[in-house]
Ligand binder design. Structure first.
Ligand SMILES: [Zn+2]
Ligand SMILES: [Zn+2]
Ligand SMILES: [Zn+2]
Ligand SMILES: [Zn+2]
Ligand SMILES: [Zn+2]
Length: 250
């Protein structure tokens, strides 16, 4: 955790304060959606936000999945259309890029994705560069734009979701305006939006299982998705932990 009041070169006219907003924001560094702790301009008129990871980006970085070292750029220096190799979204701003001819690109927040997520019941999801099984959302090992993309996978290997797929679910609902209405977070629509983000029941269900088994599998799939959402968009805010409780009580 960095300092709580900083100056950042991308917005040098004002100080930024570390905050925990209850609604999604667009990071002015990487241009991606954020939902967790961030630096916000203390000037009320500004609406300037930076992911904590974007504000604290270092000139170079490493990741244990990669053999190459990464350099930070406030704009991607090579090629025109670039995608993050972790989450599959466009690279439009802050990025870590390697020096390979066909370089790897990573959003600062994606590079910091936690390697292991632990649910309240102790079950774990592990971040994998190459998924051992198909993603339960898109039923493929590659994401929709053909990027291999990182995945979170349960210890048993059955529950596998692309980071890209989970991010897409949330972004789609955000673009539809489900999260914020008239400047306020609408809890009911927010809840519905997240609930519709959970993959359909059939996805995880092999035929010929008893219904109690089906509910158990469904519940595990939901837990996995909620865990990934909280990893992607910051530690659960009060709102998200409420949603997790509601989703798991079905
Ligand atoms: Zn950012
Ligand atoms: Zn400002
Ligand atoms: Zn990314
Ligand atoms: Zn590389
Ligand atoms: Zn997928």
């Amino acid at each position: 955790m960095g300092l709580t009041r900083i100056k950042h070169s991308s917005h040098s006219e004002h100080f930024l304060l570390l905050k925990y907003p209850q609604e999604p924001y667009r990071c002015e560094g990487c241009k991606e959606l954020g939902l967790g702790p961030c630096y916000e301009c203390e000037h009320e008129d500004c609406s300037f936000y930076l992911h904590e990871e974007c504000a604290n980006a270092t000139p170079s970085a490493f990741h244990s999945f990669l053999k190459c070292s990464l350099k930070f750029h406030s704009r991607a220096p090579q090629g025109d259309e670039r995608f993050c190799d972790a989450c599959g979204q466009d690279v439009l701003g802050f990025v870590y890029q390697c020096k390979h001819k066909n370089p790897h690109d990573y959003h600062p927040s994606c590079l910091k994705l936690r390697r292991t997520l632990t649910a309240e019941d102790g079950r774990k999801l592990h971040l994998e560069e190459k998924p051992p099984s198909k993603c339960l959302n898109c039923r493929s090992t590659r994401t929709s734009n053909g990027i291999k993309g990182w995945s979170y996978v349960s210890s048993c290997g059955h529950y596998c979701y692309h980071v890209a797929c989970v991010k897409d679910m949330i972004l789609e609902n955000w673009r539809k305006g489900y999260f914020v209405q008239d400047g306020n977070v609408n809890e009911a629509t927010y809840y519905r939006a997240l609930q519709s983000s959970i993959p359909h029941r059939e996805v995880a269900l092999p035929s010929g299982r008893s219904s109690s088994k089906i509910i158990q599998i469904w519940r595990k799939a939901k837990t996995a998705v909620m865990l990934i959402i909280s990893a992607l968009f910051g530690d659960p805010t009060a709102l998200i932990s409420l949603l997790i409780q509601q989703l798991l009580s079905d």
